[in-house]
Write a protein that binds this ligand. Sequence first.
Ligand code: SF4
Ligand code: SF4
Length: 473
Amino acid sequence: MYNVKSRVATEFIDDAEILETLEYAEKNKRNKALINSLLEKASKCKGLNHREAAVLLDCDLPEENEKMYKLAMEIKQKIYGNRIVLFAPLYLSNYCVNGCVYCPYHHNNHHIRRKKLTQEEIVREVTALQDMGHKRLALETGEDPVNNPIEYVLESIKTIYSIKHKNGAIRRVNVNIAATTVENYRKLKEAGIGTYVLFQETYNKANYEKLHPVGPKHDYAYHTEAMDRAMEGGIDDVGLGVLFGLNMYRYDFVGLLMHAEHLEATFGVGPHTISVPRICPADDIDPKSFKNAISDDIFAKIVAVIRIAVPYTGMIISTRESPKSRERALSLGVSQISGASSTSVGGYAEKESPEENTAQFERSDTRTLDEVINWLLKLGYIPSFCTACYREGRTGDRFMSLAKTGKIQYCCHPNALMTLKEYLEDYATPETKALGDEVIKRELMTIPNEKIREIARRHIEDIAVSGKRDFRF
Ligand code: SF4
Ligand code: SF4
């Protein structure tokens, strides 16, 4: 029985409720009056529930779909402006005891090289990342209580925060590790993590169990209830996501929104971020064997409707997507992207030969960070390395109230300009620097509050002239 506030996975992600929602959406996908009233409601940036969003996702009226894309762009602009936050994944270890059939780290893959970084190797990786200009990382490990215990993750976080190379610093470490206990989540919180990210992969229980035939991840309830335990452990910024293509996308889309509604109803804080990965090729994995793979158009529609339905959440795409697909997703709602990622263990400090490949997936976007920054600037975006919120204690409901009212942009905008200036001074090529300096000059003028504008202008000057770093609002 569906109960949004239940703490039982199969009740807040109730299969019957999803199936009824899909039926309702199918029936109403050409209901012009309803669709237009939903678009009108969504234009107030208050979001939509899963039933309403499912109707928009299914809608096949060309004119209404155009309005939908336009609205997604407007909401994105209203809440996030033209800023795009950059991050990089850091793979610590690919040892894994699970059997996820879509991931090359599954324990039965005997031809992938297994590797776990030592603390010295982490120093080398993080130094390489700092030398590129990154300030925000997403830690990734396989699940393996012997090789990757929580103590290893905690020690690695401490190491990462301690490294200061030239003007470099990692200022926010987000963590993507397997579902764990309240006690371990509390330890992660104490270690100073930013967001805890865990992809559900698919919300369809029967399919989930088939895709995860062995290992602790097989337990659907333990995995689906992980965010509740994370919240209990004091982590109030959590990131959701499904791997589109594993199951019927409409089912997972509805499950994803129901999960967001559950967190909001139970803890008063919805997901800090939603990621939208799609299945892609990797060692031992052929995406063609997943018959639910989604097209570029459906992918774009999913991005647009999530943006409309959950306007306050950050949306993330990785280098799984090609530059072309990323460009489209950016305009429709994505606010964070990874850049110049290595999806291998130890891949930043040393290039791997194909035989030594430890990558989790193949990247479609292989550009350098400078090329990505240059591209964003040319598209009219402000690349941002901002990590200010959790360092200023703006997490959980404090963050949400600012995000929901749109007031967060009074911090995001100047922070984006100041962190971009740091990047331009320390890491950019001359062409990117010239381009970025122009954008900063232009964008400074658009800060509405005179006092904030003046402080930001002074800090930007300080970054260039006196070499000071890490200013933030
Ligand atoms: Fe292990 Fe995660 Fe890959 Fe599953 S998806 S095999 S848990 S690394
Ligand atoms: Fe993100 Fe906060 Fe920085 Fe805005 S001010 S970009 S929400 S960390």
